[in-house]
Ligand binder design. Structure first.
Ligand code: NAD
Length: 257
């Protein structure tokens, strides 16, 4: 079950955190993994680590917010054979209300978190159509559907990821392309550690504890737990699932009352 043998998977932001866990999990399930990440060194380091365990992985330096760069790299990959899976995971955080969000920050978050997903879809969907189908998995957030304090631009960007998921799922039903998203609450990754270190210097341990407790289950998720759900949703076993948003949230959405 859940084999990705003979499948080619593109994973954006695959050099760190959730994307790295998905890359490892997919490689272990037999996929040929392409890590597309802004951080070339870290992407190659991740790829060589996975290769040492027998996985088939290639790293590519790509800024997903840049359409021509993204299209060029994805076309190059498509020349080697069919692309079966696209995981749009690359994303950055931002803290702020509407009043404390500058125009530059708003544009940056939109460019990476939202336009980056569009660029990868724009580049990949034509290849999937031509090859008779595929699976897209987008990394949204609970911020897409809940009011999270101090996350104005971030929530905007993830709300768009959720609605792009629905749009693509509907438009490409006839092309045998499934599209879903995962909405995690806090996952323990460098994304979260960096936020704590920047925002609460000197109070890291206390804030880690406090942020862990905001999930009713009492802890943050591990990246591997997102990897496991991603594997299921991208496998043939999930062939009946499209147009769905999966909270992976330790009870945050339904039990926080
Ligand atoms: P992370 O910072 O550990 O990893 C993000 C990766 O994306 C990095 O390798 C980074 O180099 C890459 N990246 C950033 N900008 C890029 C760009 N323009 N082009 C290509 N690559 C780029 O983050 P993470 O915690 O693993 O988060 C991954 C995704 O999950 C993000 O979309 C994030 O919004 C989402 N998410 C995270 C959490 C959490 O608590 N960690 C919760 C909900 C959703």
């Amino acid at each position: 079950m859940f084999s990705l043998q003979n499948k080619t998977a593109l994973i954006t932001g695959g050099a760190s955190g959730i994307g790295l866990a998905i890359s490892k999990t997919f490689a272990q399930a037999g996929a040929s993994v392409h890590i597309l990440d802004l951080n070339a060194d870290q992407a190659e380091q991740a790829a060589s680590e996975i290769r040492q365990t027998g996985g088939l992985v290639t790293s590519h330096a790509v800024d997903v917010s840049n359409q021509s760069q993204t299209v060029e790299v994805i076309n190059q990959i498509a020349e080697q054979g069919p692309i079966h899976i696209l995981v749009n995971n690359a994303g950055v955080s931002h803290i702020g209300t509407v009043e404390t969000t500058t125009e530059a920050d708003f544009d940056r978050i939109f460019r990476i978190n939202t336009k980056g997903v569009y660029n990868c879809l724009f580049a990949t969907i034509p290849h999937m159509k031509k090859n008779g189908g595929g699976v897209v998995l987008n990394m949204a957030s609970i911020a897409a559907t809940l009011g999270i304090p101090d996350r104005f631009a971030y929530s905007m960007s993830k709300g768009a990821v959720l609605t792009m998921t629905l749009s693509v799922a509907k438009d490409y039903l006839k092309d045998n392309i499934r599209c879903n998203c995962i909405s995690p609450a806090r996952v323990h990754t460098p994304f979260v550690d960096g936020f704590i270190a920047r925002t609460y210097p000197g109070r890291e341990a206390e804030m880690f504890e406090k942020l862990s407790k905001t999930q009713p289950i009492g802890r943050m998720a591990e990246p591997e737990e997102v990897g496991a759900l991603a594997l299921y949703l991208c496998s043939d076993e999930a062939g009946f699932i499209t147009g769905c948003d999966y909270p992976l949230d330790g009870g945050f959405t339904r039990l926080n009352n």
